[in-house]
Design a protein around this ligand. Structure first.
Ligand SMILES: Nc1ncnc2c1ncn2[C@@H]1O[C@H](COP(=O)(O)OP(=O)(O)OP(=O)(O)O)[C@@H](O)[C@H]1O
Ligand SMILES: Nc1ccn([C@@H]2O[C@H](COP(=O)(O)O)[C@@H](O)[C@H]2O)c(=O)n1
Ligand SMILES: [Mg+2]
Length: 212
């Protein structure tokens, strides 16, 4: 066992399968607005937001032994091996006193999906998959003007990330669509309009205004 956070965690829930959190996967291309909308969902609906990309970037900053490998993969727009990302997600979920999580940017490929299922031993099914659908030209515009100092927000890496999204991430969305789990949002609209669509998905049916 490593950190104090891990120790505290292990005393309450030893594993994801034991904690059985409610999980919503948030998927969409690079720059489709996943992080922006997750912040809005957190504010209104009491979820905790976990971005796989943010966790990986924090791991680089922490000076972990995997840091250099993760940094190289992110610069190349490649998907980090699932065992690394899942360990970070698991540690975060178990260490936070909430049972509702938005998992943003995961599963990003078939390997992520299958490895997560193996870890939770079929005990956690995502409630649903929120899929932000946005044209590439709009995503490219957004990423090139994001200005958050991300090493992967340059045109060369962005093109690689788009290819990985089409080749590896969309098949995961299709997998969940075949199970009737995908709620697709038109993410090309302005932020507030996108959130209006998101709200209708998260608002319990009984709380929705009645139509006459
Ligand atoms: N609906 C929108 N209209 C215009 N700009 C937006 C919209 N949603 C987000 N943005 C802006 O686009 C940029 C990318 O948004 P965000 O970081 O939320 O995307 P993301 O899907 O999390 O991207 P990544 O996969 O690279 O982490 C940010 O600068 C954000 O302010
Ligand atoms: N499941 C994941 C998620 C992300 N990555 C790597 O991080 C990069 C940035 O991710 P964002 O969601 O913040 O855009 C991504 O391009 C991958 O290199 C990953 O490996 N696995
Ligand atoms: Mg993001």
């Amino acid at each position: 066992m490593g950190s104090a956070a891990e120790a505290a965690t292990m005393s309450t829930h030893g594993s994801l399968a034991e904690k059985k959190p409610t999980v919503v996967f948030v998927l969409g291309g690079p720059g489709s607005g996943k992080g922006t909308q997750c912040a809005n969902i957190v504010e209104h609906f009491g979820y905790t937001h976990l971005s796989a990309g943010d966790l990986l970037r924090a791991e680089i900053k922490s000076g972990s032994e995997n840091g250099t490998m993760i940094q190289t993969m992110i610069k190349e727009g490649k998907i980090v091996p699932s065992e690394v990302t899942i360990k970070l997600l698991e540690k975060a979920i178990l260490g936070i006193d909430n049972d509702k999580f938005l998992i943003d940017g995961f599963p990003r490929n078939e390997e992520n999906r299958a490895a997560f299922e193996a870890v939770v031993r079929t005990k956690i099914e995502p409630e649903f998959v929120l899929f932000f659908d946005c044209p590439e030209e709009e995503m490219e515009r957004r990423l090139l003007s994001r200005n958050q100092g991300r090493e992967d927000d340059n045109i060369e890496t962005i093109r690689k990330r788009f290819k990985v999204f089409l080749d590896s991430s969309l098949p995961v969305v299709e997998y969940y669509a075949a199970k009737g789990k995908v709620k697709k949002i038109d993410a090309a609209k302005p932020v507030q309009e996108v959130f209006d669509a998101v709200k209708t998905i998260f608002t319990p049916k009984d709380d929705k205004p009645k139509t006459v």
